[in-house]
Design a protein. Structure first.
Length: 124
């Protein structure tokens, strides 16, 4: 049996990504039917990715800021990509949003990961 790599712990990453994806899908589906929500796709989507990153860091309690940032970016980027893809398939956003929306949400997730790590250190 080999030692676990010094990377993002799998279970918290999967859980944070699933929560973020469910939230993103709820936003995208409601935005498909409500223009008021659709107008807020960018800020809401990035906020949800930040939450996914924060959840990752709180659940994983990573030992380094780099792991917190990387796991947060992964959770935030993956959940955003799923939401943006559904929105694109609905015809609500252009294909270019898949690139820049995912990238900006990954950055938001990284920020959330860092915030989550800092908060975890304060309560430890």
């Amino acid at each position: 049996m080999t030692a676990a790599p010094a990377s993002a712990p799998a279970r918290p990453l999967v859980n944070a990504t699933l929560v973020g994806t469910l939230l993103q899908l709820a936003m995208v589906i409601s935005g498909h039917y409500a223009a008021e929500v659709q107008q807020l796709f960018a800020p809401l989507g990035m906020a949800l990715s930040l939450v996914a990153g924060l959840l990752y860091a709180r659940w994983a309690r990573p030992g380094t800021a780099g792991v917190a940032v990387g796991g947060g970016a992964a959770a935030g980027g993956v959940c955003a990509f799923a939401g943006i893809l559904v929105s694109y398939l609905f015809g609500d956003v252009p294909a270019a949003v898949l690139g820049f929306g995912t990238a900006s949400s990954a950055v938001a997730g990284a920020v959330g990961g860092l915030i989550g790590r800092l908060l975890a250190r304060r309560t430890a």
